[in-house]
Design a protein around this ligand. Structure first.
Ligand SMILES: C[S@@+](CC[C@H](N)C(=O)[O-])C[C@H]1O[C@@H](n2cnc3c(N)ncnc32)[C@H](O)[C@@H]1O
Length: 190
């Protein structure tokens, strides 16, 4: 269950106009984590920590990578306020960062630049445990219609469509797209 304190952080994110996962997605992440014993999580795209703090209530350890220095600093400031001691926050571009390759995660949660999802997936899939899952958020991208959006948004929609195809065609992962929040792709090793 999502505590009142964590809901408070959702409001802080909204006030700062930082996009964050929906509460429905939050509940799904908590339930998924509850199916593992002492799971470790890797998150790509921390924002100011709503989803990482939430997952930390059900995970042994959460590694979260955020490229924006201001959001990272805010997250670091919020950690003691929310008594969070099992989140390891990294200020870096996830695509440039070198993560210790001995680390393994039961859940990898992708919630950063929508145009780069395939790159995050390819880079971090080797860090997944054999029974783990990679969860990608915003697969529906607010159900935007390509004919009604700007050229740049149209490009993003195409990228997400290509990502869905990449997941469906993947030789070693099988993926389910779930109608939860803005659409979640849940990929597990075949
Ligand atoms: C949707 S927000 C994350 C929200 C957060 N997961 C939550 O629900 O509280 C996406 C974040 O990804 C970050 N981001 C974008 N590209 C990134 C990259 N290559 N590496 C790390 N972070 C990135 C953005 O700065 C932004 O803060």
């Amino acid at each position: 269950m999502i505590s009142a304190q964590i809901r408070e952080l959702a409001q802080i994110s909204k006030d700062l106009k930082i996009p964050l996962i929906s509460l429905e997605v939050g509940e799904f992440l908590l339930n998924t984590l509850a199916s593992y014993s002492s799971p470790k999580v890797l998150e790509i795209g921390s924002g100011i920590g709503f989803s990482s703090f939430l997952m930390s209530t059900q995970a042994k350890l959460v590694y979260t990578i955020e490229k924006d220095p201001e959001r990272y600093e805010k997250l670091r400031l919020l950690m003691p306020q929310f008594q969070i001691d099992n989140v390891i926050a990294i200020n870096a571009d996830a695509l440039a960062y070198h993560l210790d390759e001995t680390l393994k995660f039961e859940v990898i949660f992708i919630d950063a630049a929508k145009s780069k999802y395939q790159e995050y997936f390819e880079k971090y899939a080797p860090y997944l445990t054999a029974n783990g899952c990679i969860i990608s958020d915003n697969m529906f991208f607010h159900h935007l219609q390509p004919q009604l959006v700007s050229k740049n948004t149209k490009k993003l929609l195409l990228k997400l469509q290509n990502y869905r195809q990449f997941l469906q065609d993947h030789p070693t992962f099988k993926t389910q797209i779930l109608a939860i929040g803005d659409g979640l792709a849940v990929s597990v090793i075949k």
